[in-house]
Design a binder for this molecule. Sequence first.
Ligand code: NOJ
Length: 515
Amino acid sequence: MDARWWERGIVYQVYPRSFRDSDGDGTGDLRGILEKLDYLRWLGVDAVWISPVFPSPMADFGYDVADYCGIDPIFGTMADFDALLARAHQLGLKLILDFVPNHTSDQHPWFQASRNRADGKADWYLWRGRPNNWLANFGGSAWTWDPVRGQYYYHSFLPTQSDLNWRHPEVRSAMYDVLRFWLDKGVDGFRVDVMWMLIKDDQFRDNPPNPEWRPGQKEHDRLLPIYTEDRPEVHLIVAAMRAVLDEYGDRVLIGELYLPIERLVTYYGPHGEGAQLPFNFQLLLLEDWSAARLAALITHYEAALPPGAWPNWVLGNHDRPRVGTRLGPAQARVAAMLLLTLRGTPTIYMGDELGMLDTPIPADAVRDPAELRQPGQGQGRDPERTPFPWTEGQGAGFTSGTPWLPIGHDVPVSAQRDDPGSMLSLHRRLIALRRAEPALAEGAILGVQAVGSALTYRRELDGRSFAVLLNTGGAVTEVDVASGTVVADTHDSGERELPAGRLGLGPHQGVVIRV
Ligand code: NOJ
């Protein structure tokens, strides 16, 4: 069977607040995204996932939804959304929305209704007379007292992000209708927020202590979340969401899942009835970025995939330090080559194609509740959420007003576009190569191994074969190669013929060879 668009294609994540501000209020918006669709087309990606744009008090910048079927005025109107979707489709781009089903804003009318014990929605949230020991992800107890109801309610994140009760059939059907609302408009899929947290233990058993936790680490990690996360019943919900998408044909369900490989792959469903792309964050989380670790990781992941499951890889997102900061600018180029030559759908976080680095945020400019509630613990996500630089000069072509977060010192699109040595040009070349060569997009991955500091593998399909050689280290390293043509090089923009023999890879150099 031919590969589907979400197998063949490349996903690009837009964090809407920081992409392009069309009206000068300092915050990005839907019209801004529409203006820049041509750029995404030019870059060569296939699908755009936009973080939440729904009405929200913005306590967690849109991940606290007050109306699942609307658009927050800060981002524009429903007409703006419709125009964005239509234009994306005209350009051949897919549009993926962010679905946040685990929790609503406390301002959502459902939660307000649920505060009344006599209301029909009384059981739509998790209410208890006494809290247990469960902890919130942004610090403190996960239970907050509501004086109106005279009970505690559960929240995995902020007290203003109350968790829905997914065991309630009316909650489920209301949420599936939300999916249908957007699918009827023609959206191409959803990225599901914290998919693995949707169901909690029905007996509300205490989580056990985490023996590895040390003072100074994130408070939430003091306990092992065995009763609050990755519960067996969650898979029924994921499959039901998928069934809703399947009513519409060729749509994609992506899951946000911070889980070890064995647990992660269960979200495909034993017969592929779960998420088509359970986000694989292993590259994002890898602490030891070495050829040996990468080879082990790729091999492990590939072997763990259930039959028929399609892999995927992620290098960055709006919740984690940027890849350029984690690995350094030189190795980030190698990482881009890795991402765009691995088997599996790649997701690029906006700005990583420019080599953006985390922007230091002065204390008085911090916006992220994760940092404000746990200062100095390294939990803040503002550094990777700063505005996207389009041009030189004040506002960086992002805004004519005062940006909601400080703008960093990254090289803008305007200065990178025509520079063959830029990170942006490297991305464009690698994306074009992947699009042109089915072996790179859909082919098998073979011979994954570490040769000194070099990670090497082949991609093959229908007699076309590519060797990928990536030096993960800062010293020259040598690898044996067959003769071929170098079709991509982190250090050079042209093609060149290569005789068989020993190839010296420079520090942080990666090459793709057609053999
Ligand atoms: C994951 C999202 O990516 C993150 O930004 C958000 O804070 C939490 N889920 C809560 O919705």
